[in-house]
Design a binder for this molecule. Structure first.
Ligand code: FES
Length: 109
C-alpha cells in the first residue's frame, strides 16, 4: 500500500473542471491522468486505456465506472479494476486531494 506521506503532490485541475461530465484530463508530471468525481469524492487513473489507444477522459462516467470511448470496456475508477470486456488489465490509480481549491494528484516522488 502506498504511504501517502511520501508522495509528491501536483496541482491538476480545479474541481469545477469535473462539473459537466464528472471526468476531465490533466497532465501531471508528464503523464496524462483522468480525474473523476463520484458522489463528491475525487479519484484519478491513468488516462490511457489498458486495452488500446483511447483516452478514458473522453469516456462516459456512469457511477464509479468509466466506459472507454473506443470499445466500451469499463474500469472502476476507485480501484482501477477492469470490469467489462474487452478490458482485462487494471488501469493505474492515483490518490487525489483537494487543497487550496485545486485537485492535486499524488505520485511516487
Ligand atoms: S481501447 Fe479502451 S476498450 Fe478498447
Amino acid at each position: 500500500m502506498t504511504d501517502v506521506a511520501t508522495l509528491s503532490w501536483t496541482a491538476a485541475l480545479p474541481p469545477s473542471a469535473l462539473d459537466e461530465h464528472g471526468v476531465a484530463k490533466a497532465v501531471v508530471n508528464g503523464l496524462s491522468v483522468a480525474l473523476y468525481v463520484v458522489d463528491g469524492e475525487y479519484f484519478a487513473t491513468a488516462d490511457l486505456c489498458t486495452h488500446g489507444q483511447a483516452s478514458l477522459s473522453d469516456g462516459y462516467l456512469d457511477g464509479e465506472l468509466i466506459e472507454c470511448p473506443l470499445h466500451q470496456g469499463t474500469f472502476n475508477v476507485k480501484t482501477g479494476a477492469a470490469v467489462d470486456a474487452p478490458c482485462s488489465v487494471a488501469v493505474r490509480t492515483f490518490p487525489v486531494k483537494l487543497e487550496d481549491g485545486v485537485l492535486h494528484v499524488g505520485m511516487e516522488a
